[in-house]
Design a protein around this ligand. Sequence first.
Ligand code: NAI
Length: 311
Amino acid sequence: MSRKIGIVGSGLIGRSWAMLFAGVGYQVVIYDIEAKQIESALVDIEQQLKSLEKNGLLRGKLNSSQQFACIKGTNKLEEAVRDAVLVQECVPENLELKRKVWKGVDDIAGPSTIFSSSTSTFLPSLFSDHLKNKKNIVVSHPVNPPYYVPLVEIIPAPWTDPAVAKKTRAIMEEIGQTPVSLSKEVPGFVVNRLQYALLNETWNLVADGVLDVKDIDKVMSDGLGMRYAFLGPLETTHLNAEGFVDYCDKYANTIYSVSKDFKPLQKWEGPQVGEIAKQLENMVPKDKLQERRNWRDLALTKLSQLKKSLQ
Ligand code: NAI
């Protein structure tokens, strides 16, 4: 069986995927339309792998030099796609571009290559209806930063061969990610549907003046989020009573009546955008965003180590 993975698009997400696949010895070929992006991706990946190794954070089964030796760059799409077991597309979030890129891959790929897109918003049916190998399309949606946050949502189009979605899931497990398989495509997939439910309520609570931005974020970071890093919302309910049936007996009416108090859906526009931005920039000035991202990645690494040690 082929052990080759093609990565199309070598930005933030393409680089992370390359490292994850190389971690278990896949031969990874990275293609980008911009030659200098490929060069900078290779330099960046080598540095990241070394620094992860130095800090004891390297994932996978091989050392950093062995992992890096598995990764090559190319400016020819064909070299990335031909005979690949899976092509992971990581080009910018633009539907026309995704359609065009997949057509290019489809013209080269054999019938058994998995077509896996990193898109965070487009349903797979929107960019695969014109492909001869459309039964091979899936979305494998990672969560940023994928090296530290293992979840991957696998989403089929209506015409995807179930065996393709199953094989993609097995590959994601093999590289140490945590796949979940949606039975069908739904807008927002699941991560963003849950995230948007939460964001909509934060918007309305700020609009009502119930809490300011800093405190509303604390509700997650020092409250609910601490549980949710270990247990999902449903298992949480199961533990918060004598099982789920008891939880429903005790709390279903409360959930229903509080939920009826939710304000209607609002568009994120108008003066509140500026107000939230101002409060956020007080918390994290825009010139300190990268510093804060680095801190977030370090915190996520420590969290993933803790989670592993508790398994
Ligand atoms: P990025 O902008 O960092 O990288 C995109 C890369 O694609 C660039 O290197 C660019 O030169 C290259 N590219 C542009 N046109 C191309 C073409 N025709 N052929 C080959 N390469 C081409 O973007 P990023 O953040 O890596 O996102 C990639 C995908 O991953 C998007 O679909 C995005 O929605 C998705 N995603 C992004 C997340 C994030 O937090 N950044 C999280 C989850 C998914």
